[in-house]
Design a protein around this ligand. Structure first.
Ligand code: IPE
Ligand code: IPE
Ligand code: MG
Length: 248
C-alpha cells in the first residue's frame, strides 16, 4: 500500500513535547443545552473551535493532530442531529480548505468512508489531494471512525493477503497490523485529550493509544482554545513516560 513497513516508536528527542496529539472533542451538546440552544448550535461552535487549535499546533511543536469528529456509534443520534453534523462537515471542508493550505496542514481522514454520502467522500478525497503537499502539520480527521471496526478491517485485509498466499501468517506482526490500520505510517499519539469531563475512550484509537498519556479537561469542546491546549500540554510535560521500563 506504499506505506513504510515500520515506523519509529521510540520517544522523540524532546520528550516533554508531544509529537502527536489526539483529541476527543466532546461536550458540544451540553454547551448548547446550557444556553437554551439546539444541540446543533453547539456543533457549529465546536467546528469554529477546531480552527484555533489547528492554528496553534505548529507553534507548540505538534506535528500530528488527530480529531475525533464522528464515531461509528454516533449514528444512534436523531436523524436531525446526524444530518446536521454531515452538513457541518460539508461546510467545514468547503470553508476551511484554503485556510488549511495557508497553515501548511496536510489533511488525512480515517474511518469507514463507505458509510458516508458520496458527495462527502468526494470532498474528503479532494481535500486530501489538495493538501497532500503541505508539511507543517498533519491533520487527521476521524469521521465514521471506530477503533474496533478499524482493527477488524485491518485484520480482514491482512487475512485476505494470507489467504491469497501473498504473505505468510507469521508475517502478521504488531508492526504489520499497525501499518494496516487507517493510521498506517503515522506515529502513535503521545497525548490524548478529552474535553467535557468525561473520562473514557469511547472506541477512539484503541490500538494506537497503548502508551498515550491521557489528559481529561472539564472545558466543553466549543470553549477549548489555545490556552486550554497549552494547559493540557503543561500536564503532559509533567508526566513521566516509562513504556514499561523502570524510571531512571
Ligand atoms: C461531541 O459533542 C461531538 C460529537 C460527538 C459529534 P457531543 O454532541 O457528544 O456533546 P455532549 O456530550 O452531548 O455534550
Ligand atoms: C465521542 O463522543 C465521539 C466524538 C467526540 C466524535 P461521544 O459523546 O459520542 O461519546 P460517549 O457516547 O459519551 O461515550
Ligand atoms: Mg458527547
Amino acid at each position: 500500500m506504499g506505506r513504510p513497513e515500520n515506523f519509529d516508536e521510540t520517544p522523540r528527542a524532546e520528550p516533554r513535547r508531544p509529537r502527536h496529539v489526539a483529541i476527543i472533542m466532546d461536550g458540544n451538546g451540553r454547551w448548547a443545552t446550557r444556553r437554551g440552544l439546539p444541540r446543533l448550535a453547539g456543533h457549529r461552535k465546536g467546528a469554529d473551535a477546531v480552527r484555533a487549535v489547528v492554528e496553534s499546533c505548529p507553534d507548540f511543536g505538534i506535528e500530528v493532530l488527530t480529531l475525533f469528529a464522528f464515531s461509528t456509534e454516533n449514528w444512534k443520534r436523531s436523524t436531525e442531529e446526524v444530518s446536521g453534523l454531515m452538513n457541518l462537515f460539508r461546510r467545514y471542508m468547503r470553508r476551511e480548505s484554503a485556510e488549511l493550505s495557508r497553515r501548511g496542514a496536510k489533511v488525512r481522514f480515517i474511518g469507514d468512508r463507505e458509510g458516508l454520502a458520496p458527495d462527502i467522500r468526494e470532498m474528503m478525497a479532494g481535500l486530501e489531494a489538495q493538501t497532500a503537499g503541505n508539511d507543517r502539520l498533519t491533520l487527521v480527521i476521524a469521521i465514521n471512525y471506530g477503533g474496533r471496526a478499524e482493527i477488524a478491517a485491518a485484520a480482514r485485509r491482512l487475512a485476505r493477503r494470507v489467504a491469497s498466499g501473498e504473505i505468510d501468517a507469521e508475517a502478521l506482526t504488531e508492526a504489520a497490523l499497525t501499518n494496516a490500520l487507517d493510521t498506517g505510517g503515522l506515529p502513535p499519539p503521545d497525548l490524548l485529550i478529552r474535553t467535557s469531563g468525561e473520562q473514557r475512550i469511547s472506541n477512539f484509537l484503541l490500538w494506537q493509544c497503548a502508551y498515550a498519556e491521557f489528559v481529561f479537561v472539564d472545558d466543553l469542546w466549543p470553549d477549548f482554545d489555545r490556552a486550554a491546549l497549552a494547559r493540557a500540554l503543561a500536564q503532559y510535560g509533567a508526566r513521566e513516560r516509562r513504556f514499561g521500563a523502570v524510571a531512571t
